[in-house]
Design a protein around this ligand. Structure first.
Ligand SMILES: [Fe+2]
Ligand SMILES: [Fe+2]
Length: 259
């Protein structure tokens, strides 16, 4: 089973590039399940039903999100009605949507779980305690393959979570920092891991934002609107090759494709 995870798709540049090359990548690598982090896919910020539709029709099976999940009001109902769009599972109970879904691929079931870190981020429920409970649930136990998108700021929290879940999930990949790390590996007990998948969007940018705006923000510390910038695009992600019978990851291939 090959799972392709695509890093944060940012704005129209990211959406257009995804549509252009995802079908080819899926075909070339024989991808069975595609997971895309889309929390910044809407122009302006956040994620909308329209940007979700674009990601799904480009070839994604599941869309994960993070701290920008609820930036746009029009998403609240969409989270409740579309089970394949996830928000972090450690948001308080009662917030719209859900944090996990099961993709039934016939030969095996793939559980996708969206989790968020709490270091320098919103104070959500402790992700380490929450993931324990999630993995104990009967519904998730039935899935041989379990994939976790851990949306977090610090490399330490992400690596710690990787070791914590090693052997208990098939894959743990990080998102949120928009810069791809070069530490892809299969951990000792069979979990495929990378600290951050990276970003899909304009290459010459600061995490997708016009560099000038970010430079001014750092230099003058004045309030600023972070507009996405259009330009030459990059797609970042990883392909995880998973043994259907054991649920263990066998290989991780880091993907970085420029326009
Ligand atoms: Fe993001
Ligand atoms: Fe984020």
């Amino acid at each position: 089973m090959k799972v392709f995870a695509v890093g944060d798709v940012v704005g129209t540049s990211g959406l257009e590039f995804l549509r252009k090359i995802l079908p080819n990548i899926k075909q070339e690598y024989g991808v069975d399940v595609c997971i895309v982090n889309g929390e910044n896919s809407a122009d302006g910020n956040g994620i909308t039903p329209v940007s979700c539709e674009h990601i799904f029709t480009s070839g994604a099976d599941v869309i994960t999100t993070g701290n920008h999940a609820y930036r746009r009001k029009e998403m609240y109902e969409f989270f409740d009605t579309n089970e394949f769009v996830l928000r972090p599972i450690n948001f308080p109970e009662g917030t719209p949507g859900r944090g996990r879904v099961i993709v039934d691929k016939g030969i095996c079931k793939v559980a996708v779980i969206n989790l968020m870190g709490t270091m320098f981020m919103d104070p959500l429920d402790n992700p380490f305690s929450v993931i324990d409970k999630v993995l104990e649930s009967e519904e998730i136990k039935k899935c041989k393959i379990k994939i976790v998108d851990f949306h977090a700021e610090t490399t330490s929290e992400k690596r710690a979570m990787g070791f914590y879940l090693d052997g208990r999930v098939s894959v743990l990949f990080g998102t949120h920092t928009h810069v791809q790390t070069a530490d892809e590996q299969v951990l000792e007990n069979g979990t495929g891991y990378i600290t951050d998948l990276g970003m899909t969007g304009t290459f010459n940018s600061v995490l997708g934002v016009n560099p000038k705006i970010v430079i001014d923000k750092f230099k003058y510390n004045m309030p600023a609107r972070f507009d996405w910038i259009r330009g030459e695009s990059i797609l970042c992600g990883c392909i995880f090759d998973i043994d259907d019978k054991t649920g263990n990851c066998m290989a991780v291939t880091r993907i970085q494709i420029k326009e």
